[in-house]
Design a protein around this ligand. Structure first.
Ligand code: AMP
Ligand code: MG
Length: 328
């Protein structure tokens, strides 16, 4: 991969041939995903952009406040709270949701972080982690098939060979636990905490050793939000997963079974330093009962970057906001 210079203006970015090729590939990924999920019985909902509370997130990203008639509201960092709510209407939902996260400045060099991005967000009532993983796998395989079938000229123009996906098309994807990933990294002489997310650099190293996407499961409790369900048999282990792309492209997806019982959610909020009083509408809803579920979010620009073989994730956005860079 060669270095590419971020666009000086929307005109420069949007009139590049490479941007057009990339956005056509992204368009094929979106249409393929919508058709695929609709065919599986999912209902697409339009996601909220603002609300009194949003995903607390982690890893140092900050939320953006707005003044909502004298009340402090947030731009969505993820749709998770509304995804759980949506299951009161339908058993299987998805949305293509915009997220705004003021990521820490150090992420401007990861090639994987934007301050504004989109998730293909899926939630399934009554599902297990394994059910959700199978749906995530199906979306990625189906999207890659569609791009190869319909956008081979764009792939070729971007220098991306369809052979990069030969192993991907032989799914199911491999899986390892977070503990295995930590052991692998330590075996390579790298430092990696057993109680935290995989470091950015280590994630890239694990990814670069793979030739097709793979799952990492069972992250430790302290590393994730209050909504990832804790195992009932192994305390401290979450019933969650990440899907990691090969070739160094890194994380594509995070997902999990969800906590849905009021007392457990309040406990998990407190354990993770969140004040339950902030979550009024959400906790009222949970107290009255919501279904158990599992779901995930696939970073659309990350998936596009991987499929198109791009150096950096900003190339996969029509209007990129790179952390810390003042832009259109
Ligand atoms: P998370 O729940 O934080 O893991 O976010 C879900 C997915 O969104 C991740 O697996 C990434 O694919 C994508 N994502 C998260 N943060 C960013 C970011 N700052 N820029 C681009 N994509 C992101
Ligand atoms: Mg994640």
């Amino acid at each position: 991969m060669t270095t590419v210079v971020p666009p000086a203006s929307p005109r420069e970015h949007l009139s590049r041939e490479s941007t057009r090729h990339t956005l056509r590939i992204q368009n094929a990924i979106l249409s393929a995903t919508r058709e695929h999920l609709t065919g599986l019985g999912f209902t697409e909902l339009l996601p909220p952009i603002i609300g009194p509370v949003t995903d607390p997130g982690g890893r140092g990203s900050k939320q953006v406040d707005i003044d909502f008639y004298g009340h402090r509201y947030k731009l969505m960092t993820s749709a998770i709270l509304y995804k759980q709510a949506s299951l009161l209407a339908f058993d299987k939902i998805f949305c293509i949701a915009p997220n705004v996260r003021l990521e820490p400045l150090e992420t401007c060099n990861t090639n994987r972080h934007l301050a504004e991005f989109h998730q293909i967000d899926v939630e399934i009532s009554g599902a297990t982690r394994e059910d959700a993983m199978a749906v995530a796998e199906g979306i990625v395989v189906n999207a890659v098939r569609r791009v190869i079938a319909e956008r081979s000229a764009e792939l070729a123009a971007l220098g991306r060979s369809p052979e990069a996906f030969t192993e991907l098309l032989e799914w199911p994807f491999d899986r390892m636990t977070h503990a295995d990933a930590v052991a692998n990294l330590r075996g390579l002489g790298l430092e990696q905490s057993a109680d935290a997310e995989i470091d950015w650099r280590n994630e890239e190293i694990l990814s670069s050793k793979a030739s097709r996407p793979f799952f990492v499961t069972d992250y430790p409790k302290g590393s994730r939000g209050f909504y990832d369900r804790e195992s009932r048999t192994e305390a401290g282990r979450l019933r969650n997963f990440d899907l990691i792309a090969p070739e160094g492209y890194g994380e594509l997806t995070s997902g999990s079974e969800r906590e849905y019982e009021y007392a457990r959610i309040v406990t998990r909020m407190r354990e993770s330093g969140e004040n339950p009083a902030k979550y009024g509408w959400y906790l009222d809803m949970v107290r009255d009962g919501i279904p158990g579920s599992a779901g995930f979010g696939i970073g659309l620009e990350r998936l596009t970057r991987y499929v198109a073989g791009l150096t950096s994730v900003w190339q996969a956005s029509a209007y990129p906001k790179i952390p810390g860079v003042v832009s259109a």
